[in-house]
Design a protein around this ligand. Sequence first.
Ligand code: NAP
Length: 231
Amino acid sequence: MDHPITLITGANKGLGYETARRLLAAGHTVLLGARDRVRGEAAAGELGAAFVPIDVTDEAGVGAAADHVRERHGRLDVLINNAGIVGPRGPLADTTAAEALATFDTNVLGVVRVTHAFLPLLRESEHPRIVNVSSGTGTISRMEEIGWNQEVAPAIYSTSKAALSMLTLHYAHALPGILVNAVDPGYTATALNDFQGTQTIAQGTDLIVELATLPPGGPTATVRRHWTTPA
Ligand code: NAP
């Protein structure tokens, strides 16, 4: 496949933006998804990508984005579900269901929404791949091991990422013709963590790019990690 068509959600900055830059350099036709038109068009213009307006919490908007891609390209080869938010950072005891719902709506239901809308287009691809950007903070065995006397990620965020990693495995088994994998990019300096992350943006995107460019017959149903310190 000469020019894979790749959609990245939340790609106007951070890991999504750098992934777009690297995949463009690798010859992909990158559809740079962003919820804000001004930020999205600016980022796409800088990189030479095509802007696709997509707010992963907006059911109708996600459907319109899929229609847009179908009209222009007729298929999708790689879907990178990257958009994510931290959500409530305060004490869990003070966190309301409404606050938690907003985080799950983006980090988990957003992936269901986008995947469902774009599946018909992925099925038009000869070699479809889905990459879900999860987090090691959602790895339950790791949280059992590290102890709780050090700083841990916000509870609702890490719980939403645990759900996303599990969801990825279920999608992989439900979609045998598609390589579906999740990645923990590692603790990377982006706006998500006020640029406190210890990895560079290049390090943080290494695995995302690797999973987005898997050859036919490559692994599926994996949750890969790239963290070196708690993320
Ligand atoms: P970031 O710089 O804050 O980027 C997040 C992106 O998601 C932004 O483009 C943001 O758009 C977008 N977004 C948020 N809500 C959205 C929505 N409803 N619809 C569409 N786009 C939306 O953070 P990042 O670190 O690059 O995060 C990318 C992914 O990596 C996230 O899923 C995050 O959980 C994951 N991750 C990051 C780290 C890390 O250390 N950085 C570690 C593990 C996992 P706006 O600009 O409009 O807000």
